[in-house]
Ligand binder design. Structure first.
Ligand SMILES: Cc1cc2nc3c(=O)[nH]c(=O)nc-3n(C[C@H](O)[C@H](O)[C@H](O)COP(=O)(O)OP(=O)(O)OC[C@H]3O[C@@H](n4cnc5c(N)ncnc54)[C@H](O)[C@@H]3O)c2cc1C
Length: 419
């Protein structure tokens, strides 16, 4: 029998490392396994880059996805600082840089995403920052410590976290976003409004319903001009307007790409030798009956693990309820579900206050939920909320709203018929 050419994983980050771990430890895969990474670091976690690592309270060693000894101990070859430049799927080989070629039997593409660029005049001035990698976080942390005023462009999860970090460092902070509230596309106006109040309470100037028209300055940032004509002085601008999947390698290889590498529910792409996982993958999700691309830490872990199962010929359809966490002003926000259609929002506790929870219902069925400091009642609120959404049954809005009803008892035993 010909020797197993093995598996190559392109993208040495969360999804890629989880796949390597699961291949070796969960499935006992013992063929050749190589993790290829454009960055020089061992796989690391990104969430702290906009929180503790940015603030200097989290050490670099705490970012490791896996114990650094794992790779040698489990015979996982590492090609770090070696971006894959060409993927030849029919020839079953990947090129790293100019001269190195790796053969494979199967390849997993986990190339993640990169920040969407701000396309306005002045966007290339010194002092305009993006945040994706460790180095970005180190540069931004140093710049924030020296800054007097920062404008954060975009009030999504990342923008909100950067604003909170900037305030923790005592920097005057303005957030600009064209939508009516922070996180509007996820939380809507009522709960987004509660998030807005927390930022305002911590001294952030919020310019919602407005956009950045130009970054002003001669060599470096001096101010930002908004569409509404405001001039906001700043020596630093942080752009947090979303991320785009890094699909160029896959596209050039002829894979089907449509807002991410298109996969089935088991992460198989349009070529039998290739899978995709993590931020770059747009997988068919049976719960949502459509392909979804999810930029969450949890999703990358689920995908990495599931990709390993598919790679060893034991595919499982991914049907998880998405989960996202965020830390802002010392509070943890946890969101389960996806912002799909909902016709009603039910709240338990005062929105914006620790312990509050919001439920999004669609015809009586909870489809998403947000909880803030959900551990304060001694329960893993997010876990129960996830189970509630996963159940997909109608729930009694009065019980959802009643803090006296434990989260453990929210799961309906049978459909209640509430509509
Ligand atoms: C600042 C920040 C804060 C975040 N905070 C949270 C949070 O609080 N909660 C949460 O749930 N999620 C958070 N996330 C999202 C979460 O970190 C991502 O969903 C997760 O990192 C995705 O993992 P991934 O492995 O798919 O992709 P990535 O982590 O993006 O890794 C992809 C890797 O592939 C490499 N690569 C790309 N192209 C090539 C190539 N051609 N050859 C070789 N390597 C290549 C890249 O350099 C990168 O190292 C945050 C993300 C960022 C950036």
């Amino acid at each position: 029998m010909p020797a197993d050419p093995g598996i190559v994983i392109i993208g040495a980050s969360l999804a890629g490392a989880q796949a390597a771990r699961a291949l070796r430890l969960d499935h006992g895969y013992d063929g050749p396994l190589t993790l290829v990474g454009a960055e020089h670091h061992l796989p690391y976690q990104r969430p702290a880059l906009s929180k503790g690592y940015l603030l200097g309270t989290t050490e670099a060693a705490e970012l490791d996805v896996l114990d650094p000894r794992f790779y040698a101990a489990q015979d996982v070859a590492l090609a770090l600082g070696a971006p894959a430049t060409l993927l030849d799927l029919d020839g079953r080989r990947v090129k790293l840089g100019r001269n190195v070629e790796l053969p494979f039997g199967q390849v997993l593409i986990a190339t993640g995403a990169r920040p969407r660029r701000l396309r306005v005049p002045g966007a290339d001035l010194d002092g305009v920052h993006y945040l994706r990698d460790r180095e970005d976080s180190e540069r931004l942390g140093a710049a924030l410590r020296a800054a007097s005023a920062v404008v954060v462009v975009g009030a999504g999860w990342l923008g909100c976290e950067v604003a909170a970090a900037a305030r923790a460092l005592g920097v005057r902070t303005t957030v600009v976003d064209p939508l009516p509230t922070p996180l509007y596309h996820v939380l809507g106006d009522r709960i987004g409004g509660a998030v807005a109040r927390r930022h305002l309470d911590h001294g952030v100037e919020l310019l919602t319903g407005d956009g950045v028209e130009a970054v002003l300055g001669t060599r470096s940032v001096e101010a930002v001009r908004t569409v509404a004509g405001r001039r906001v002085p700043a020596d630093l601008v942080v752009v947090a307007v979303g991320a785009v999947p890094r699909t160029e390698l896959a596209e050039a290889a002829g894979l089907r790409v449509d807002g991410g590498i298109v996969t089935d529910g088991c992460l198989r792409t349009s070529h039998p030798a290739a899978l995709a996982a993590g931020d770059v993958a747009r997988h068919r999700h049976p719960r949502y009956l459509k392909p979804v691309r999810i930029e969450h830490w949890d999703n990358a872990v689920v995908h990495g693990t599931a990709a390993a199962a598919t790679l060893v010929g034991e595919p499982v359809t991914i049907d998880h309820v998405p989960y996202f966490f965020s830390t802002q002003y010392g509070s943890t926000l946890e969101y389960v579900g996806l912002p799909t259609t909902s016709d009603r929002v039910v709240t338990r506790g005062e929105p914006g206050e620790p312990g509050f929870t919001a439920f999004w219902l669609d015809r009586g069925v909870p489809v998403a939920a947000l909880t803030m400091d959900g551990q304060t009642d001694g329960q893993d609120a997010a876990g129960h909320l996830r189970a509630l959404v996963a159940a997909g049954h109608t729930a009694d809005p009065r019980r959802l709203a009643d803090p006296g009803v434990p989260m453990t008892e929210l799961l309906p035993h049978a459909p209640t018929g509430v509509s």
